[in-house]
Ligand binder design. Structure first.
Ligand code: SF4
Ligand code: SF4
Length: 440
């Protein structure tokens, strides 16, 4: 079997064994959900409901007239209890719509079954925008923007690498919902005008590779590509290089290389939105960690408090635990049990201390070992960039290409001084972007 990869990156323990065999199952619906107005890259939504309003599953509850935005929907039936600032998955607290659930049945009931072939590109994109789809692999960029490329695109790349440790939600989706994934891929191909689709999967998921190879064996325009197990194999530019051999120059958009990359979960959500009119109101989340009594891959309603989700898995108290929403390399440390599961929550992890992402930025001394430089997959100098970050020297950070940082977390993971390099860069991103805008 030919296995493709990219130059650089690093090998880290997988820790997939806790959940890779756990079939997807629905989690109990919580007594209340807390849905942030902003959980995508773009502008925050404006609430479309008021305190006291009764809402139903799938109802749009937040939107704004802006192309860069993805609307939000009620994930449960219930009553709007508050629109206020609540703890969030991000470092900053965010305005959220809190809904008290009512009744027992919170399943989405499709009112239609559409044939995607009967819809134009514009209609498909509009449906996907209305459904509030965002990149569910962590980036949370609105999907309708991704599938409206300005350059001609020949290839859709489905990212089934799932290269971060612990996470297995995409793995299970590829095994259990392969037909829906392929149907979603056809819809995405139509949206972007691609003639080929590649599904890149790391070879530590042999059952997913086998399943999808069987399903696509008579499809001449779809190919399953086995990938080396390496971090960050699933990052856009590295995936494009590994699968197509095309180099993505710094700052270039993938569409300029003729490619659009979509995550497995997003592609299936696209299928559900187009065919059944289902908005993004729930997702599969890997709940895992060596001390979690009932790890698994759970369908969780958006806005479910992390404390409630952990309780369903046997952890009744988060106090003193290292809890992360997302993967251990790029996720966000969670301190409040009230913070809600969001559209990009790939995982809810209880990590051993050596893998925990520190919430407070650490300014311990750089011992100049060079490990971060050796391992940075973007060939940056995280050591210098972090020193400038400490001193808030934005121009110098830009000179050392800090804006090319892909937030993979390898530098922080590799640093023997436990310097929170990736967090330092992430925290200064808004300033970096503003400064760059003012220069050019
Ligand atoms: S987080 Fe940024 S600087 Fe650190 S290794 Fe990844 S790309 Fe390089
Ligand atoms: S890994 Fe840490 S200690 Fe080593 S050079 Fe990079 S920042 Fe300095």
């Amino acid at each position: 079997m030919e296995v493709r990869s990219f130059k650089g990156g690093t090998h880290i323990p997988h820790y997939k064994e806790y959940t890779e065999k756990c079939a997807i199952e629905p989690m109990k619906v919580p007594p209340e959900v807390v849905i942030p107005l902003l959980m995508h890259g773009g502008e925050p939504n404006e609430p479309l409901v008021q305190v006291g309003d009764r809402v139903t599953v799938g109802q749009k509850i937040g939107d704004v007239d802006n192309f860069w935005n993805a609307p939000i929907h009620a994930s449960v039936n219930g009553v709007v209890e508050a629109i206020d600032v609540f703890p969030s998955y991000e470092v900053d607290d965010r305005v959220c719509i809190k809904i008290r659930t009512e009744g027992e049945d919170h399943a989405f009931k499709p009112q239609m079954e559409r044939d995607p072939e009967s819809l134009s590109q514009e209609e498909l994109r509009a449906i996907i925008r209305e459904a509030g789809l965002v990149g569910m692999g962590g980036a949370a960029f609105p999907t309708h923007i991704n599938i409206s490329p300005r350059s001609p695109v020949d290839s859709l790349l489905i990212n089934g690498a799932e290269c971060e440790p612990f996470l297995t939600c995409d793995h299970r989706l590829m095994v259990e919902r392969a037909d829906d994934l392929l149907a979603g891929a056809r819809i995405m191909m139509r949206c972007i005008g691609a003639s080929r689709c590649y599904i890149g999967i790391e070879v530590n998921k042999p059952d997913a590779i086998e399943t999808l190879k069987q399903k696509t064996q008579h499809m001449s325009d779809m190919e399953v590509v086995p990938l080396a197990v390496k971090y960050p194999q699933g990052y856009k530019s590295h995936l494009i290089k590994a699968i197509t051999g095309r180099n993505v120059p710094r700052g270039a958009r993938s569409a300029e290389l003729g490619c659009v990359v979509r995550n497995v979960g997003t592609t299936i959500a696209g299928y559900e939105a187009v065919v059944y009119g289902k908005p993004l109101i729930e997702r599969v989340v890997t709940v895992s960690g060596p001390t979690v009594p009932k790890p698994g891959n759970y369908i969780i309603k958006i806005g479910t408090p992390v404390g409630f989700a952990l309780e369903q898995c046997g952890i009744s108290d988060m106090e003193g635990l290292k809890v992360v929403q997302g993967g251990p390399m790029t996720g966000r440390a969670q301190e409040s049990p009230e913070a809600g599961i969001v559209k990009s929550s790939t995982g809810l992890l209880v990590l051993p201390p050596e893998l925990a992402v520190p919430r407070d930025i650490s300014f311990s001394d750089c011992v100049r070992c060079g490990k971060c430089v050796d391992r940075c997959p973007m060939f940056l100098y995280p050591n210098y960039i972090s020193l400038y970050a400490e001193a808030n020297m934005i121009d110098q950070m830009l000179e050392w290409d800090a804006l090319d940082c892909m937030d993979c977390g390898i530098c922080s993971y590799s640093c023997p001084s436990h310097r929170s390099i990736a967090d330092m860069i992430r925290c200064l991103l808004p300033e970096l972007k503003n400064r760059q805008k003012s220069i050019y």
